[in-house]
Design a protein around this ligand. Structure first.
Ligand code: HEM
Length: 229
């Protein structure tokens, strides 16, 4: 009689896929891994490249603040008023970015605001999408929140470029430094709340899909703001 073939040893990829199916991979690990290429694409958008190279005109920076304010005004309010238990477990009022954007706009608006039409259209669309997701499937707003909250990590670096290239002081840079020196502490606390939030496996899947969508939508705004850069 021939011996039984050895049972195949599962690879780590198999194990990861199995535990992802069962919802046991922490949601923040999935979000990071499954949006990695979207992040790389976002970094390569001419607007961000110009910002890092110190070539971003001030009025275009103000245009970014104006378009982001349209999105955050909707997103912050919908998250603050949500009743879904996972959103209530994650949201804290100090995550709101609209007040910071409004302060920066008040400080810099007199220098002019350059928002090419495609950027304005993309911001309107994203704000409208936030409203419809809040009505139909509010938990997916956590995917949008992940992307915008995660962008505070890169913002700490980008802020220095903006300060140097545009000669800005603290006034005008509140959005780019929402937590002062405590960016990592805030991010760790946010990670923990997200990972511990009560989320069904299907909700985790749709949050990851929404995060990819948010990168696309922010990308559309930033590509619109890249006109001529
Ligand atoms: C030139 C532009 C950018 C630079 C230089 C940059 C840089 C960074 C850096 C250094 C980190 C920390 C990475 C780590 O600790 O593993 C990070 C994380 C992150 N960034 Fe960006 N970033 C940029 C643009 C963006 C944009 C446009 C968005 C979306 C609006 C974004 C969203 C995120 C997110 C969600 C994370 C968290 C990743 C995680 O889950 O750990 N970034 N970025």
């Amino acid at each position: 009689m021939s011996p039984m073939p050895p049972s195949p040893t599962p690879t780590s990829a198999d194990l990861h896929a199995d535990s992802a199916k069962e919802g046991t991979v922490p949601i923040m690990d999935r979000l990071k891994a499954e949006t990695r290429s979207a992040h790389e694409a976002a970094e390569a958008i001419p607007f961000n490249a110009a910002l890092v190279a110190g070539r971003l005109p001030l009025a275009r920076y103000v245009g970014q603040l104006a378009t982001y304010a349209m999105v955050h005004t909707e997103l912050d309010a919908r998250l603050a008023h949500a009743t879904h238990p996972a959103i209530r477990a994650v949201w804290r009022d100090d995550l709101a970015k609209a007040p910071l954007l409004e302060r920066d706009l008040a400080a810099l608006g007199q220098h002019g605001v350059s928002v090419p039409a495609p950027a304005m259209a993309a911001a309107h669309e994203f704000a409208g999408r936030v409203r419809s997701v809040a009505a139909d499937r509010p938990v997916d707003l956590l995917g949008y929140l992940y992307v915008l909250e995660g962008s505070t990590l890169g913002a700490a670096i980008l802020r220095q470029h903006l300060q140097r290239a545009l000669g800005l002081g603290d006034e005008g840079l509140h959005y780019y430094s929402p937590y002062g020196n405590a960016v990592m502490a805030h991010w760790k606390a946010f990670r923990q709340r997200m990972n511990e939030a009560p989320l069904a496996p299907a909700e985790q899947d749709s949050i990851v899909t929404s995060a990819v969508e948010a990168f696309d939508r922010i990308g559309a705004i930033l590509r619109g703001l890249s006109d001529g850069l």
